[in-house]
Ligand binder design. Structure first.
Ligand code: HEC
Length: 115
């Protein structure tokens, strides 16, 4: 009985393919951070900040990039094409939970007023 329950638990965990926090952070660091920053503040002024953005909005945008309904052929389309639904959810959750106003607020304000 205990074994059956354990097997069911393991199966349902892998079936939902929840990537897990560590895996999500790893993906952010290696895939998203070069453009959007690990703290959700983009390194290029022309790229959008994601820190504190609405989770639901980001899920919709990532799915739109994945399907091609939203076009960003050189940047976001090739990234989103590789994401599963579960990864999209986890990544949107990660960025939505970041503070939209850390030290970076001051830095962003300074850079934008300079331009
Ligand atoms: C090569 C640079 C690059 C990489 C890598 C990248 N992005 Fe983007 N991302 C962009 C750019 C540029 C835009 C704006 C696209 C546009 O509309 O033209 C964008 C837009 C977005 C948006 C929509 C933001 C909005 O305000 O509408 C989300 C959400 C997003 N990216 C999430 C991610 C996630 C999650 C990853 C990692 C899996 C990632 N991006 C990787 C450059 C990048």
């Amino acid at each position: 009985m205990i074994t059956t329950v354990t097997v069911c638990l393991l199966l349902s965990l892998s079936a939902s393919s929840y990537a897990g926090k560590a895996e999500t952070e790893q993906m952010v660091k290696t895939v998203c951070a070069p453009c959007h920053g690990v703290d959700g503040f983009s390194l290029v002024l022309a790229y959008p900040n994601l820190a504190g953005q609405q989770k639901k909005y980001m899920i919709e945008q990532l799915k739109a990039f994945r399907s091609g309904a939203r076009q960003s052929p050189k940047l976001m389309n090739p990234v989103a094409e590789k994401l599963s639904d579960a990864e999209i959810k986890d990544l949107a959750k990660y960025f939505s939970k970041l503070s939209p106003c850390k030290d970076a607020c001051a830095a962003t304000a300074n850079t934008t007023t300079k331009n």
